[in-house]
Structure formats: structure tokens, C-alpha cells
Design a protein around this ligand. Structure first.
Ligand SMILES: NC(=O)c1ccc[n+]([C@@H]2O[C@H](COP(=O)([O-])OP(=O)(O)OC[C@H]3O[C@@H](n4cnc5c(N)ncnc54)[C@H](O)[C@@H]3O)[C@@H](O)[C@H]2O)c1
Length: 296
């Protein structure tokens, strides 16, 4: 089927485009950055409704995977209006194009940021939703537009991704694994905020891309957490890295960052039952792959 992916040149987007192409779909990518896999590509800003609707008119996609967004929690804190315009405004521009041109299903990339720190892990989809940053608030708002309003025109698949990691992730966005790989391979040192006991749910981008492809092929509406379901502390991460590299590296402790959630990992029963999906790439395999790429 014809699937339009917004943000298809980004970290999760390029992996998703690759998974969709491998499954035989006709893929159109709308992004500000050039396409990675040679798919049909439009350099259009999703907040520009007229330009976006012209793409939909030309391409007539059946389904849409909406990933384009700004992804920085600190940037949203510094500039909530920018966050609202990009992440709520951009999403509504995409959904209006979907409504106007008869798209029958939309996948939306939400985040663990919607839970804030009110939920006790393992976090299920029924945990309290109390986002603390403009980024989390706008992700929650967009979920509600789909669940409460746009469902009249198209079905939705909403994923609240955990900490996605893997090839092509930028270390500049603050992603801990990307920063650690760069630190270990280039600088011989990594920085840890706090005592390293904080826990996260890491999931490999190729597993996420496979879930995205499975979800866009289905029909019923759902909202699901997408992660490994495995709690991994920053200290665990460092232990795995030490077991994989032959050279030594220094661990520099920094003060904890205000507002950081201590422990966040998912109950992934929902996605296992509904999509028959489970992650295939273990943390050590994923880290080994990244170390090998960094050495090339
Ligand atoms: N990476 C994670 O761990 C994670 C976790 C939770 C949610 N998400 C969500 O997943 C989605 C993809 O994230 P990512 O990590 O791949 O980020 P990314 O920055 O690598 O990719 C985003 C892509 O969107 C494009 N884009 C941004 N604004 C645009 C606009 N206005 N018009 C057109 N294109 C635009 C960018 O050029 C980029 O290619 C985002 O919605 C993000 O909020 C990511």
C-alpha cells in the first residue's frame, strides 16, 4: 500500500522507511532533510498546510506514519510556543491533510514523556498521565486529538516509545547511548548525571521500525507503550560497555539533572498481545553493533 512517512529522513523515520520498503510498500517521505533510502521524497515543512496538502493531492497516500517533530525536551522548556507550533501545529496540519484526502489510518509517535513522574514502573498504558514538560504536554494533546476527534475519519496507532537507540542517532540530542558510544570511542571518557542508578527502557530502532510497519498494516485503533520492558540502569549500561570494549574509559560523575525521572520502564504486555511483537535485538547486541560502526 502507499504509505506517506513524515520525518522519514530522521533516526526512527529512516529505519521505518527501510522496514516499509522491505515489506513491499510504496513509500513517500516528507521531511526537511533529504531521503536516506532513495524513496520518493518531498522537502516540505509539515507545518506548511498548503504545501503539505499539495503533496497529499499529488500522492494520495492510503496511510500515514507521522514522525516529524522537534524532539528536544530542553528546547520545549526554553520555548513552549515553538514546541506547540511544531508538534501540535505540525500534527494538526498532517491530520487535516489526512482528513481532506481520505487517509484511512495514521500512526503517531508519542513518548514516555507523557507519563511525567506520576507513574510507578513497570508503566502500563493505564498509568496516570501527568506530563511535566511542554514536549510531553504537546505529545499528550496530539494523542487526544486522534482519540477524541480524528478517529471519525481514520483509525489510529499511537506508540509511546521508550528510549530508542541505534545507528544514525545523533549524540547532540542528549540520547544517553549515542553519547556514551561517542564518549567511549572518541574521548575515552563518559559523563554520568547522578549516581548512575537511574533506570530506563532501551529499545533498538530496528525493533521500533518493525513495530511501526506492523502497526500501519493493521486496522483497529490502539495506544501502546513500545519498549523492551527491561529495566536497565545507567550503571548496567556502563558494565555492558566495559564488557564489549578492550580499551579503558573514564566515568566522570556530574550532579544529577533537575527534573530527570529516576526510574522509567514499561510493561509491554499490550504490544506483545496486540501486535505479536517482541524486541529481537538485545542491548549487548545493539551496543556491539554501534561500537563496530563507530570503529569503521
Ligand atoms: N528517539 C526517541 O527515543 C523517541 C522517543 C519518543 C518519541 N520519539 C518521537 O519519534 C519521532 C521521531 O524521532 P527521532 O528520534 O527519529 O527524531 P529525528 O530528529 O531524528 O527525526 C525527526 C525528523 O523530522 C524532520 N522534521 C522535523 N520537523 C519537521 C517539519 N516541521 N517538517 C518536516 N520534517 C520535519 C527532521 O528533519 C528529522 O528528519 C518524533 O516525533 C519524536 O518525538 C522519539
Amino acid at each position: 500500500m502507499k504509505v506517506l512517512v513524515t520525518g522519514g529522513s530522521g533516526f526512527i523515520g529512516a529505519a521505518t522507511v527501510s522496514a516499509l520498503l522491505a515489506r513491499g510498500h510504496d513509500v513517500v517521505n516528507v521531511d526537511l532533510q533529504p531521503a536516506v533510502h532513495g524513496e520518493k521524497y518531498y522537502a516540505v515543512d509539515v507545518t506548511d498546510s498548503d504545501a503539505l496538502q499539495a503533496v497529499f493531492q499529488e500522492e494520495r497516500p492510503q496511510r500515514v506514519v507521522h514522525l516529524a517533530a522537534h524532539i528536544s525536551v530542553p528546547a520545549s522548556v526554553a520555548n513552549p510556543q515553538m514546541d506547540m507550533e511544531q508538534n501540535i501545529g505540525g500534527s494538526l496540519s498532517v491530520f487535516e491533510a489526512c482528513r481532506k484526502f481520505g487517509v484511512d489510518r495514521v500512526l503517531f509517535a508519542s513518548s514516555a514523556a507523557v507519563y511525567g513522574d506520576a507513574a510507578t514502573p513497570p508503566i502500563g498504558e493505564d498509568a496516570p498521565v501527568v506530563p511535566m514538560s511542554p514536549y510531553g504536554i504537546s505529545k499528550r494533546s496530539v494523542e487526544q486529538y486522534l482519540i477524541g476527534f480524528y478517529k471519525q475519519w481514520f483509525s489510529y496507532a499511537i506508540f509511546r516509545y521508550g528510549n530508542v537507540y541505534g545507528p544514525r542517532q545523533s549524540a547532540e540530542g542528549g540520547a544517553v547511548i549515542a553519547k556514551f558510544i561517542e564518549g567511549v570511542t572518541r574521548h575515552g571518557r563518559i559523563e554520568v548525571y547522578g549516581d548512575g542508578t537511574q533506570v530506563r527502557d532501551f529499545v533498538h530502532v530496528e525493533d521500533v521500525a518493525r513495530a511501526n510497519a506492523l502497526a500501519i498494516e493493521q486496522d483497529g485503533s490502539f495506544l501502546l507503550n513500545l519498549g523492551s520492558g527491561i529495566p536497565v540502569s545507567v550503571n548496567d549500561l556502563i558494565d555492558v560497555l566495559r564488557s564489549l570494549v578492550s580499551t579503558s574509559f573514564e566515568v566522570v560523575q556530574k550532579p544529577p539533572r533537575p527534573g530527570d525521572i529516576h526510574s522509567s520502564y514499561y510493561d509491554v504486555t499490550g504490544v506483545k498481545n496486540i501486535l505479536q511483537w517482541a524486541p529481537k535485538i538485545s542491548l549487548s547486541t545493539g551496543l556491539e553493533q554501534l561500537l563496530r560502526r563507530a570503529a569503521q
